[in-house]
Design a protein around this ligand. Structure first.
Ligand code: NAD
Length: 343
């Protein structure tokens, strides 16, 4: 059959069925601050051809899709629209940012229960239309909800990833680079464990120019002593509270963190990122999602990397696992039973 092609040239339309090229698609469930900022950043990045926004508040999703689409002629040719769960079909990655914020007087556990309930609706709706994509979770508390998503989806754990401490790690590197007056991309240091109050900055392995931080400081005559370390650790841990106090929510840095994870997946980059994933028994920790450096590629988490931690860091990481196990144990059974995810 002859069909019209661009510039008025007629070409043969070979029917190559499922092998026909199709644009890369990312679906975003939850088109609030984080979801919309992520989608906008993804457009600027030019990584995908299609972005669908899905939200219980359909008008919000439509408004965000319109606003973002109006930037397309000035950036990259991406189709952005407000859709429904059937549009998750064919998505390489489905990013979940749907959730509610803590209400006044509400405990953290109440919030967990409410967001787990939302996941009880959202995750089966996604997997009904997409059984092969990667689920990337950002909704807080992200470690608990990534575990819930893993269980509900029945997907292998490598395909259910939480944004984890990718953001906290970026904050840590930024603060260190600012202190040392260096390009942040030359500062290698990780925050591991919970994305939350018990998170653990790994000072013992912080690395600059191929040297441990202590050695670097000795050579360039800077001093990052215990007090300064404690101050930076607290700044990293409390960063979200500080931003929320001033502007109500955080979304730019987490939006970029999500794009970075999606880029590593779609381009099979084998990038080491501190995403939240099932801990494969390292340090005696198992059956819980928390962040450790992990190699991210086309299949999701290719492998989790075990770090040589100091004694205090190890104890703190075990503390994170305990915190998360306690929260998971308090969730209603149905929150984590439906699909019984596979490791
Ligand atoms: P928001 O309130 O602006 O957006 C949440 C959106 O989810 C809303 O548009 C809402 O309509 C939608 N939603 C609620 N229930 C839904 C359902 N059942 N189905 C579909 N959509 C539904 O909130 P936000 O600022 O975008 O934050 C979203 C989440 O991301 C929060 O849990 C927040 O704590 C978290 N967050 C995570 C990180 C991180 O590093 N992981 C950083 C910042 C924020």
């Amino acid at each position: 059959m002859l069909v019209a092609a661009g510039r008025g040239v007629a070409v043969e339309n070979y029917d190559i069925g499922p092998h026909a090229p199709h644009p890369r698609r990312v679906a975003v469930v939850g088109a609030g601050n984080v979801g919309a900022t992520f989608a906008y950043t993804l457009v600027l990045n030019g990584l995908v051809g299609e972005i669908v926004l899905i939200d219980i508040d359909r008008e919000r999703a439509e408004g965000e899709a319109m606003d973002i689409s109006h930037a397309v002629p000035l950036t990259n040719p991406v189709r952005v629209w407000a859709g429904d769960y059937s549009d998750c079909a064919g998505a390489d990655v489905v990013v979940v940012t749907a959730g509610t914020a803590q209400r006044p007087g509400e405990t953290r556990l109440d919030l967990v229960k409410r967001n787990a309930e939302i996941f009880g609706h959202v995750i089966p709706n996604i997997t009904q239309h997409n059984e092969t994509g990667i689920l990337l979770i950002a909704t807080n508390p992200v470690d608990v909800l990534s575990y819930v998503a893993w269980k509900l989806s029945g997907f292998p754990s490598r395909r259910v990833i939480g944004s984890g401490t990718v953001l906290d790690t970026a904050r840590f590197r930024y603060l260190l680079s600012d202190l040392l007056d260096l390009d942040a991309r030359n500062v290698h240091a990780y925050v591991v464990g919970e994305h939350g109050d018990s998170e653990v900055p790994i000072w013992s392995l912080a690395n600059i120019a191929g040297m441990r931080l202590n050695e670097y400081c000795r050579r360039v005559q800077c001093d990052v002593g215990d007090d300064l370390r404690a101050h930076i650790s607290h700044q990293v841990r409390d960063a979200a509270y500080e931003v929320i106090e001033r502007k109500g929510a955080t979304y730019y840095a987490v939006g970029m963190a999500l794009v970075r994870i999606v880029e590593a997946i779609l381009r099979d980059q084998r990038t080491v990122l501190t995403v939240s994933n099932l801990v494969p028994g390292y340090y005696g920790i198992e059956d819980v999602y928390l962040s450790l450096p992990a190699v991210i590629g086309r299949e999701g988490v290719e492998r989790v990397v075990e770090l040589a931690l100091g004694d205090e860091e190890l104890a703190a990481l075990n503390g994170c696992a305990q915190v998360l196990h306690t929260v998971l144990a308090e969730l209603p059974d149905q929150a984590v039973e439906a699909g019984d995810g596979a490791a």
